[in-house]
Design a protein around this ligand. Structure first.
Ligand code: FAD
Length: 314
């Protein structure tokens, strides 16, 4: 039989020498621990595998979606009609004294550890932010008024036509929790970051301080959530104000829907308290948005990405 006649799964196995898994529960792949089953699931551990998986999905007109650590994601109760590609393509290489090239599936934790080991200064603010570099660049992850996009100089992207293109920082149009990847759905394959030489002890001290500050306001690691649910809104005078400031004043901390609840110590964290469904989380978020809109006239915008079961091809 000619390869053109093969179905998606057969062609996938033939090309990559590995099969995508079928009917995979997505619950363990997002920190919210909710979601139904994906038709297909593939964990890519090399760049060629990742690129081929996308290529085959496109060729067979199957919707696909890339995930990193799943720390900013909300899967649908109905799962996903298509292929979920988990990005496990990892690795960091030094390019000169203060430049590093990082594969997008590298955990942020490893990036921070690499910087400490190589006395590279700049990424201390990333300590404690869970997820991968790909997810981090997608949402321009940050804390303490710093963000990952400010350190990116170049990147390798897989565009919608399957081309690999080299881009510079301007391409991303980085803004608060925002990059162009959020809207164009291209994939980050590799990123180059420019840091500074530092002093190891200072770097370690700053990391310890940042982690201590985070520990005070964030839920403990075992709590199922996706970090801040809403972006901090900008007021007409241009000031960015924590979403929690408004949420606190509309009684957020006492609210729950089904198994979803607002975290007791931080009004901008929705948590899966007890076997929540995605619908519970979405309904609770809707209620919170409504209350803030009614009381303050402010439209909160979700930072968490909700992936609907049906997604059109990019
Ligand atoms: C307890 C907790 C605390 C948090 N604190 C912070 C914080 O302080 N600051 C902050 O900014 N965030 C924070 N977050 C959110 C989260 O850690 C970040 O958004 C992180 O960057 C997500 O990375 P990820 O790999 O888990 O992305 P995922 O959740 O897997 O994916 C998120 C989005 O990125 C896209 N994506 C992933 N990889 C790629 C890629 N290679 N190319 C293109 N798109 C890609 C996905 O398609 C998806 O749309 C927190 C989350 C938790 C649970």
């Amino acid at each position: 039989m000619g390869s053109g006649k093969l179905g998606f799964k057969e062609q996938f196995s033939k090309t990559l020498g590995k099969s995508p898994r079928q009917a995979v529960s997505l619950q363990e792949y997002a920190n919210f621990k909710v979601g139904g089953r994906a038709d297909y699931f593939f964990a890519a551990s090399s760049l060629p595998d990742l690129v081929q998986a996308v290529h085959l999905a496109r060729q067979h007109k199957i919707s696909y979606y890339i995930i990193g650590g799943g720390y900013n994601l909300l899967f649908d109760d109905d799962g996903f009609r298509g292929l979920i590609i988990k990005n496990n393509v990892q690795g960091i290489e030094k390019k000169g004294t203060v430049k590093i090239e990082v594969f997008s599936g590298t955990p942020i934790l490893e990036l921070v550890q690499f910087c400490v080991a190589n006395t590279l200064e700049g990424f201390e603010f990333l300590a404690g932010i869970p997820g991968t570099v790909g997810g981090g660049v997608f949402g321009n992850a940050g804390a303490f008024d710093r963000d990952i996009g400010s350190f990116l100089t170049e990147a390798l992207i897989l565009d919608k036509s399957g081309e690999q293109i080299q881009v510079d920082r301007n391409y991303f149009a980085f803004d608060y929790r925002q990059s162009r990847l959020r809207t164009n759905r291209n994939l980050l394959l590799k990123a180059t970051f420019l840091l500074q030489m530092g002093v190891r002890q200072d770097i370690e001290e700053r990391i310890a301080e940042n982690l201590a500050k985070r520990e005070k306001k964030h839920p403990p690691r075992e709590v199922a959530c996706a970090g801040s649910y809403f972006k901090n809104p900008v007021l007409p005078d241009g000031k960015r104000v924590p979403a929690a400031y408004f949420l606190d004043q509309v009684g957020a901390k006492s609210l729950s829907v089904g198994g979803a609840a607002v975290f007791s110590d931080h009004a901008n964290f929705i948590i899966n308290k007890q076997e929540a469904m995605t619908q519970d989380i979405l309904r609770l978020a809707f209620e919170l948005k409504n209350r803030v809109k009614q009381k303050f006239g402010i439209e909160l915008e979700e930072e968490v990405i909700y992936l609907p079961a049906e997604l059109s091809m990019p």
